[in-house]
Design a protein around this ligand. Structure first.
Ligand code: SF4
Length: 305
């Protein structure tokens, strides 16, 4: 069975080679309204399990073939942390990967489990989803197995963050009319201020989902990004291609915006019209804007007076 896919170029992590820990069928403890995979019974454990040696035997030649890979990404047709030999697999990967970085994309459901924390702590980056911070919203959107508890997930994220040396990234996928209310964003913001992840990626549906749910526009995502605390490195994981939806900012407005929220290069290219881009470049030359890398991405902020 084909476990390796890619390489794909990811703007956030570089050239990535994917490792699918459930290549045969969807095995997930969530049934998200926005899932792109064919609907399947919600499960808490994998029943179709690939042996560690089989996975490693596919990773080794792939790494040899693609010498320019930046990151090996553990993912699944479903939830990768349901893979029962994750700890052993990560140890084996760390022995053979050389300088390649490691990353997992998880729905976050198992992060309260000490064994999962132990395994994930050995990866360079961990990206966990958190679409809702209130139970009502979580039940409606992510439709998890009844054994999954949102409060446990939040406690698990805090405990993991306290022990983890790598980059913890939180991903929020916004769905129109479900988790985009001011109240829900306030819940998310207050939890994330406590968690202090390296980066928060906000995005929306970009491929046809299983259910009839609607995406948000780029400008709606941008307005949401302003509701988060300025200390959180919020990055919009969507592109605005419409020139007419871009903004014209004076130099003062750019500095004001950067004080409220650090912006990535993608944000700047999506938000600024050509006049604003010139103003931005001038402010950089004048030394009024500085940059920092957080969660592998460059964020621009206004230099404090
Ligand atoms: S966690 Fe991922 S794979 Fe599982 S249902 Fe949600 S979107 Fe689909």
């Amino acid at each position: 069975m084909n476990i390796i896919f890619g390489p794909v170029n990811s703007r956030r992590f570089g050239k990535s080679l994917g490792v699918d820990l459930s290549p045969g069928k969807k095995q997930c403890n969530f049934d998200c309204l926005y899932c792109e995979l064919k609907s399947a019974k919600v499960v808490n454990n994998q029943t179709e399990i690939i042996e560690v040696k089989e996975i490693v035997s596919q990773i080794e030649p792939a790494l040899n073939e693609h010498k320019d890979i930046d990151v090996l990404t553990l993912t699944a047709n479903g939830e990768p942390t349901l893979y029962p030999h994750l700890n052993e697999l990560i140890d084996k990967i760390n022995q053979i990967k050389g300088s390649v970085k490691t990353l997992i994309l998880s729905n976050g459901s198992t992060i309260a489990k000490p064994k999962i924390q132990e395994a994930l702590a050995k990866l360079d980056s961990v990206k966990l989803s958190l679409d809702c911070a209130s139970n009502e919203c979580f039940k409606k959107l992510d439709r998890a197995d009844k054994s999954v508890d949102l409060n446990q997930i939040k406690k698990g994220m805090i405990a993991f963050k306290n022990r983890y040396r790598g980059d913890l990234i939180i991903e929020i996928l916004f769905v129109k009319g479900i988790n985009d209310s001011k109240k829900e964003i306030e819940h998310l913001n207050s939890f994330l201020k406590e968690l202090k992840p390296a980066r928060v990626d906000i995005g929306t549906i970009d491929r046809p989902p299983a259910f009839d749910v609607k995406p948000l526009s780029y400008s709606e995502l941008y307005k949401i990004s302003l509701l988060f605390d300025a200390s959180l490195n919020v990055s919009i994981a969507a592109k605005n291609t419409k020139e007419s939806a871009k903004f014209s900012y004076s130099k003062e407005q750019i500095l004001e915006t950067l004080k409220r929220r650090p912006l990535t290069k993608d944000d700047i290219n999506s938000l600024f019209d050509s006049n604003s881009l010139n103003n931005f470049k001038q402010l950089k030359t004048e030394g009024k804007i500085c940059s920092k890398i957080s969660g592998n991405i460059e964020f621009f902020t206004a230099k404090s007076d």
